[in-house]
Every structure is written in structure tokens, then in C-alpha cells.
Ligand binder design. Structure first.
Ligand code: FES
Ligand code: FES
Length: 171
């Protein structure tokens, strides 16, 4: 089988995989990086979102052969050592996840947004996150957490879920 060398979360990795192997299965099955999730397999849900050279891509339709030599970041590489990415901290602070399945992809799309736009509006967030589905409906909390990480204010009355009182509160 051909070999492809990529930088994955800052480490050089040589993958000995078939030319049609997708990045999603290479990450999960070959490298054991199972934080990136399989949802639809056809680029519709966003669960598999990772960064290639800083841009969000759908790992389920990205072939390893097409990104040889490039830089991949997965949810496992979002933190810097023990220091969480500000988005990860905001996700914890606002109790964003419910089942959690979609959240790695959500975080990777959000991180790509903030890397390009440190002061996003509600509309900026909605556009950037439109391709990431959440069957649990955590969209309002996701938007509030992105604002929290960015230090910006929601302007459409975003809410977050207060797990203590079990009520929606203004973000
Ligand atoms: S699994 Fe890749 S977009 Fe749904
Ligand atoms: S938290 Fe369950 S699908 Fe998003």
C-alpha cells in the first residue's frame, strides 16, 4: 500500500493506507483518534469536522491521499498541552453538550471561525456553524459559548441552559 505522511496534531505520521481511505477512518481506525465522529458519511452533518491547514473540512469525504504533507488538527489537538482552548472552557462553563456526539465537530468549526474572526456576530456564528447539526438541539448554547470564548455579546437574545435550575437563562 502507498504511504502518506501528514502532520497530525503537530506530530508527523506516516499512514500506510489505501488511496481511497478517508481521513475519518485513518484517524479513528489507524491512529486511534476517536474524538472525531462518524455521523452521515456524506458531508452533511459536520460530526467529522477537523482542520486541514487551519480550515474546517469534513474528514468523512477527505481522502488521505489528497492531503499528504498537510497539517491536520483534530479535537485531540485543540488544547495546548494542559490548557484548554477557550472554546472548550466555555463549553464546560455553559454546559453545552447533551449527548455530546456532535460536539467535537461543533468545537472544530467554532475554532476555525474564531481563528479568522475573533469578534463574531450572531450572524457570523450562524453562518459558520450552519453545517454542524445537533440532534439534541444545543444550538443556542453553542452560540452563547462561542460568544463567551470570544468575549462578545449575543445580539439575538441567546440563551444557555442552567443545569442547576434546569432553566434557560440569558447568556
Ligand atoms: S460524518 Fe462527515 S459530515 Fe457527517
Ligand atoms: S449534543 Fe447530542 S447531537 Fe449534539
Amino acid at each position: 500500500m502507498p504511504k502518506y505522511t501528514l502532520s497530525i496534531n503537530g506530530q508527523s505520521q506516516t499512514l500506510d493506507v489505501e488511496p481511497d481511505m478517508t481521513l475519518l477512518w485513518a484517524l479513528r481506525d489507524t491512529l486511534g483518534l476517536i474524538g472525531t465522529k462518524y455521523g452521515c458519511g456524506i458531508a452533511l452533518c459536520g460530526a467529522c469536522t477537523v482542520h486541514v491547514n487551519g480550515a474546517p473540512v469534513r474528514a468523512c469525504i477527505t481522502r488521505v491521499a489528497n492531503i499528504a504533507g498537510q497539517k491536520v488538527t483534530t479535537i485531540e489537538g485543540l488544547a495546548t498541552g494542559d490548557k484548554l482552548h477557550p472554546l472548550q472552557q466555555a463549553w464546560i462553563d455553559l454546559d453545552v453538550p447533551q449527548c455530546g456526539y456532535c460536539q467535537a465537530g461543533q468545537l472544530m468549526s467554532a475554532a476555525a471561525l474564531l481563528a479568522n474572526n475573533s469578534q463574531p456576530s450572531d450572524a457570523d456564528i450562524d453562518v459558520a456553524m450552519a453545517g454542524n447539526y445537533c440532534r439534541c438541539g444545543t444550538y443556542l448554547r453553542i452560540r452563547a459559548a462561542i460568544h463567551k470564548a470570544a468575549g462578545t455579546s449575543p445580539n439575538q437574545g441567546a440563551l444557555w441552559y442552567d443545569a442547576t435550575t434546569r432553566t434557560e437563562q440569558p447568556a
